[in-house]
Design a protein around this ligand. Structure first.
Ligand SMILES: Nc1ncnc2c1ncn2[C@@H]1O[C@H](COP(=O)(O)OP(=O)(O)OP(=O)(O)O)[C@@H](O)[C@H]1O
Length: 721
């Protein structure tokens, strides 16, 4: 081959086909570890180097910023570092590019502000304060959800861009609506766009200015989308729109790795792409280059239990390796200790580097029990995409409550005195500092002595001090775990994180609570507050260098797309994976998504895979059983270390059977037939194009808005015209 085709070296036949098929709509169903990144990068390079296409005519959409960076790095290696690869980006990144060039049409400045979730919450908090509303858990979440709902569509954009039409929250009596309008008004004032807006402004722009749309359609001769299985309907709509002129839309994905259905991803687009592109070509990448046949067999065996998928059997030509291990421990600490022992063996006997080892788990809080054991054994680790357990904000905050009771130190005081908000802001803190300096007292004592001062009388300082004082008296009498629970309740901290609606943070605090109970059980009831805090300092003040070789710990969601020679999937317990909360909320669909999560975790492993779990109790006090996913694996595909007692196995299977009943989605019937004309309160009039039994949705086309949306059978807002 001549020079321009170098980028195809080392590709297998199907990858080569994917890289060189450039015209028309193409779907690549790429299994785990089948070299989809390699194929996509080669295709990009092929278009540029072999066909002479300018990168500015080539949109390449990735799912995360990290993936975009990685793709750019790889592409630049082939096409040269000086080329602009700005169109290798995420959906949001692309919208930002469009808006930076075009937003003046909507009378917004080029340097508009991008609001992240924290900014959104800050705006909402301001509104609640202005309306003198107490931020109550369900309300806060409901409003956030309502904002999300409002922004599922572009209608509201016009109220933001129209300068002559002020938004008037004062005209409405309905409180939710008032808050919603206040939010929009505040956004408008600062020219702020949240993530949903980025997309919607782009849609509105394209709708109102067909010439602008035409220019972008003309510009983007080739569009390729990675991780297409996780695209939402809005995202797919954008791709469809942009690809209308040239029709060269190339999508790659693995329906078995959809793990974002809970936030709007719809694998149906990849599974049924021909509905939108009747002439699309399909290419399968089935050869796995990552894992040993043993690991692949475990992955295949698990995922075939899913119904909603495109049937494909992955194969590998890699040489046989060792058997996958399932470890069952009698308690959590045993599980952690066994893993540590195994890691040490890998390092000693196989010369593994710590960098080669990954520990994966379903939820952040699960890192705690493992971290503690790694610290005890002096094994370096780092948490990918997050903080170490004891460095997480909510954990530091929670512990600051205990420290304040034990030591009255200023640092802890500063952490929590105004969290939740007690009207003790910068100015009042400054005042306290002055007084404290004069008297030589701690900030806390200074506050306690000045509760009736003008400056503090209208704050919630009194409640705060009272809560701390009341519990300080009890600190010798009750256990530290009870003290923690009481103080977080009395000061309102627990309610504060509940209001935030971030389940992860709440889970972390519960895990801290649970670890304390365990600690007390292990060391006897009379662990004193001071002793516990000292012991903890050992964990928290251990500064570790990041560049050092380290074991990588992360959630499965974070591990998506990555690979490691040795993988430990820990906490493979029923109710953790599959996650009970998701099952309760989203029933059968969630079960399949949970299974895909386990599949993603399994398929990260190259050489050795360990599935581990242990008996004991969860944070909610439920007895732990091995996950159903273990029982779903064919016998003989793995080796078990540890013994699952017969009784436990029977019990586990019974619990799984019972849960299965609860999880079955209630059987509903479709009320409309294909072809029926219906009216939707937001999207207007539409026609039912198709019915999807499994998901219990209608696919409704709304001609006015030029969209097709899946609408749930149970949605009450749909009426006959
Ligand atoms: N043709 C090939 N020959 C040899 N190795 C390959 C080939 N294609 C891919 N690989 C290797 O296989 C591994 C998996 O590739 P890649 O990470 O692109 O997979 P993927 O399809 O993105 O997987 P996943 O979806 O599971 O994250 C990588 O280590 C890659 O270098």
């Amino acid at each position: 081959m001549t020079e321009p085709f170098n980028m195809l070296h080392g590709l297998n036949e199907m990858q080569r086909l994917a890289a060189t098929t450039t015209e028309g709509p193409i779907r690549v169903i790429a299994g785990a570890g089948s070299g989809k990144t390699k194929a996509l990068t080669s295709r990009y390079a092929y278009l540029v180097n072999a066909l002479g296409i300018e990168p500015s005519n080539l949109l390449c959409v990735t799912f995360t910023n990290k993936a975009a960076q990685e793709m750019k790095r790889r592409v630049k290696k082939i096409i040269g570092g000086e080329r602009d690869t700005g169109y290798i980006t995420t959906y949001h990144g692309f919208c930002v590019r469009v808006l930076r060039e075009e937003i003046h049409h909507l009378f917004y400045p080029k340097n508009f502000l991008i609001l992240d979730t924290e900014d959104q919450k800050t705006i909402l908090r301001e509104i609640y304060e202005e309306l003198q509303l107490k931020i109550n858990d369900s309300k806060f979440n409901r409003i956030l959800k309502k904002i999300g709902e409002l922004k599922m569509d572009t209608g509201y954009v016009y109220s933001l861009i129209d300068r002559n039409q002020p938004i008037k929250p004062e005209d409405t009596e309905d409180q939710d609506r008032k808050i919603l309008l206040m939010y929009l008004k505040k956004q408008k004032r600062v020219y702020g766009l949240d993530f949903d807006d980025l997309m919607n402004f782009t849609f509105a722009l394209f709708k109102e200015y067909p010439k602008v749309l035409a220019r972008w359609q003309e510009r983007l001769h080739y569009i390729q989308v990675d991780e297409f299985q996780d695209s939402s309907s809005r995202q797919f709509e954008l791709i469809r729109l942009l690809g209308e002129k040239h029709g060269n839309v190339f999508v790659v994905g693995d329906p078995d790795q959809t793990i974002y259905e809970w936030r709007g991803a719809d694998p149906a687009y990849i599974v049924h792409l021909e509905r939108w592109y009747p002439n699309c070509q399909t290419i399968f990448l089935n050869q796995n280059y990552r894992s040993t046949p043993e690991i692949l067999a475990v992955g295949n065996s698990l995922i075939q239990n899913n119904a909603l998928r495109v049937e494909k059997q992955m194969f590998t030509e890699a040489p046989s390796g060792v058997k996958v291990i399932h470890y069952h421990g009698k308690q959590e600490q045993e599980e952690a200790k066994w893993i540590v022992g195994q890691i040490k063996d890998l390092v000693k006997q196989q010369g593994a580097s710590l960098n080669d080892i990954a520990i994966l788990y379903r939820a952040n809080y699960l890192s705690r029990f493992m971290e503690q054991e790694l610290i005890n054994d002096n094994l370096e680790y780092s948490i990918f995409g997050g903080f170490k357990f004891f460095e997480r904000k909510e954990i530091k905050d929670a512990l600051a409550h205990l420290k304040l009771m034990a030591f009255e130190d200023d640092l802890s005081f500063m952490r929590i005195v105004n969290t939740p908000k007690r009207q003790i802001g910068k100015k009042r803190i400054e005042l306290l500092r002055q007084w404290a300096e004069e008297s030589g007292e701690t900030l806390y004592t200074t506050l306690k002595n000045n509760l009736d001062h003008d400056q503090f009388i209208r704050t919630e300082a009194l409640e705060f001090v009272n809560a701390i004082e009341a519990l300080k008296v009890k600190k010798e009498e009750v256990s530290v775990s009870d003290l923690l629970q009481d103080v977080l309740q009395a000061t309102g901290y627990e309610a504060h994180i509940r209001e935030d609606g971030d389940q992860d943070r709440l889970d972390n605090v519960m895990e801290l609570q649970r670890s304390l109970v365990q600690y007390e059980q292990a060391y006897g009831e009379d662990v004193s507050l001071e002793y516990y805090l000292q012991m903890l300092t050992l964990y928290t003040e251990n500064d570790r260098e990041d560049e050092k070789e380290s074991i990588k710990m992360m959630t499965i969601h974070t591990a998506k797309g990555l690979e490691y020679p040795y993988v430990f999937l820990i906490g493979l317990t029923e109710s953790i994976l599959p996650n009970e909360r998701s099952l309760r909320d989203r029933k059968e669909y969630a079960l399949e998504e949970e299974r895909r999560l386990a599949y993603v975790a399994i398929t990260r492993a190259e050489k050795e895979l360990y599935l581990t779990e242990s008996e004991g109790f969860t944070g909610r006090g439920q007895k732990k059983y091995p996950s159903r996913f273990i029982f779903e694996l064919e016998d003989g595909l793995y080796k078990r270390v540890g013994v699952i007692d017969r009784d436990l196995e029977e019990e586990a299977k019974e619990v799984i059977r019972m849960n299965r009943k609860l999880q079955q989605a209630p059987q509903k019937e479709a009320s409309y037939e294909v072809g029926a004309l219906v009216k939707h309160p937001v999207f207007g009039e539409g026609k039912i194009e198709s019915i999807e039994e499994q998901k219990q949705v209608y696919h409704v086309h709304f001609p006015e808005m030029e969209i097709t949306r899946p609408i749930s059978w149970s949605f009450k807002g749909l009426t006959t015209i």
